[in-house]
Design a protein around this ligand. Sequence first.
Ligand code: PEP
Ligand code: MG
Length: 755
Amino acid sequence: MPNKIGGPRVLLRQLRQTLAEPLASQERLDKIVDLIAKNMRADVCSFYVLRDDNALELFATCGLKREAVHNTSLRLGEGLVGVIAAEAKALNLADASTHPSFSYKPETGEDRFHAFLGVPVLRSGQMLGVLVVQNADIRAYSEDETEGMLTTATILAEMLSASEFDALVKPGSDINLRKPRTIRAIGFSEGIAIGQVVLHDPRVVVTNFIADDIDEEIKKLDKALRSMRVSIDDMFSHNDMQISSEHREILESYRMFANDRGWVRRIREAIENGLTAEAAVERVQNDTRAKMMRQSDAYIRDRLHDLDDLANRLLRTLTGNGIASKTNELPKNAIIVARTMGPAELLEYDRSKLGAIVLEEGAATAHVAIVARSLGIVAIGGADPCVSICENGDEIIVDGKLGIVHLRPNADVKSAYIDKQKLSSERLAQYAKLRDKPAITKDGIEINLLQNSGLLSDMKSLDETGAKGIGLFRTELQFMIASKLPRIGEQVELYSKAIKAAGDREITFRLLDIGGDKVVPYMRSAVEENPAMGWRSLRLALARPGLLKTQIRALLKAANGGRLKILVPMVTQTDEFCQTKEMVNKEIARLSRMGEKTPSKVELGAMIEVPSILFELDILLPKVDFISIGSNDLVQFLTATDRANPRVAGNYDAISLPRLRALRHIVREAKKHKVPLTMCGELASNPLEALALMAIGMTSLSMGGSSVGPIKEMVLSIELKPIKKIIKKALKNGSNAGSIRQILTNYVQSQNLSL
Ligand code: PEP
Ligand code: MG
């Protein structure tokens, strides 16, 4: 086995010098492959670059025919080089010609060479190209040599600027490094946003790659690892992690990886090969990202994501930079890109500068999506692998309706979207014109259109949308964004302002609905296996009557002698509603005993969002003043699919037969008992779904502010009676009727309506 000259440390130093020299791009690449070949005692060193058209072009070589440079290329997956690029995996072969993927390119003259070691050249998880060494004899390269090559490849990728390549690419082709990418995902909140990427958890950019003192770097790593392990232990004992088992699972994997000997060993080896501690972490992280790209198993992919997050934490500790974006100054039209985010985190951003959010995870009914919708922020979920392929400052377009992200868009796409954005502002202007028109169908059925809210900032839009009022004010949002439990005075202030903003329009305050994914960081709670079905919402409120009493008191005070509508969430059985009613009545009596103003009228309603209550509506309804259906939770529990889990949340159509029959049952019972009914779940936000609800007799719908215009337009354009007939028949005929969605779509198309 030939000896290496000086090993990777010497090579890295030589590379650093070469990269600092004022050389032309081709000359520099030629010098680099020469240095690598010499250092590795290889007969050949070649550098292939992945172009935009997925061809791997030979950019530089020492040992193969020079004429082949820029004239030879392989397709992704073709030949050994193509396989390395396709799988982002090193190949170490004693005799390359015996490998089934070997593909001989006569113009290169590589038939004389047998031993082959090729490694992917990756930058932030993106495939940039392939670095290869070859020898004439049949021999296996050692593990150290493979490691050295991988280290060299990392440095090359990080150090060579895109302009270095741009100078060499042929017109019409481009390199892969910063190419435009389109990611198809799920639209959470409609609209078009054009802006620049702000990573929620920014990746640390490593600038210092080559170690001057290896021992010092190892010490630095050990210190950073120690402090990271302590901070993970701290997080475990910290209150806010107690509430969510999902967070706990992530922490468990952090802890596992932080103590994983293999991971730490690989980082140490990279340092021993001459990298600084931060470059070594980056180098190992690159491998993880490459594995992530290859992985189809969702569980393993999640764990690799966790490892990526952990490496990022370690990088931050090592470099002391890369603080979370929200604390930094946001650019105008910031598009926040995150793996996942809670609603409270979203609310920490400066709304005036926020263009959109792009999440790799999440489902449309997750609370962060709901908050985004209610604030009118364009949002997209399921945009994997957005985080690893974009960088702060990248240009990005988010199409919330189609659920598409265009990263680093080319000029054509951008100009098309600028036009589209103009059109959508024209549509908005069109909706604005409908603002004062009553929402009445062509055949005279009036629909009460209300808006969901939870913050004062989104109440402002009430005047613009022309909604009749607030059908659902999610009071928990105030609790979620606060750093400590809001005092009664703060609650009174918020509710009073909300009532004032509503003016003479109705407003329905929902009592605290916390728990599940609505994390209130300062409240201690036991770890639960299934938080969505756990100690949450009304259950929690009744068990902590102090909290509930304070809120009821605050609402009664805020009403200031006027009318008050209170909605009780997650009523699972009637007696829970009765207990709440008793508390409300006691608080009213207390107020009047104290000689304070009591509301002129208090209406108390129940949310219908737990299936069991559907079977005692006859008992519940005589006791309530109104009901409101929470379709997000109701559909989640009817179908046993976690609304926050993107893998299942969209599996069942909410307007297909069994769900629509359940909803119709509620409508019929409400009618029978003369109880006013509103739908306040997200189902009311989409024109086709809202039409299905109207078809089964619902006439009051509450939705995110941005949906009021499109829903009103739909209401004004349809004749409801024929649709009611069609849906009635479909619900009666059961499975023979086909999909309700299809039936509605067909009808709408036959009438030339576009919903
Ligand atoms: C619902 O469950 O449909 C609902 C309106 O409440 P939330 O989404 O806040 O749980
Ligand atoms: Mg709910």
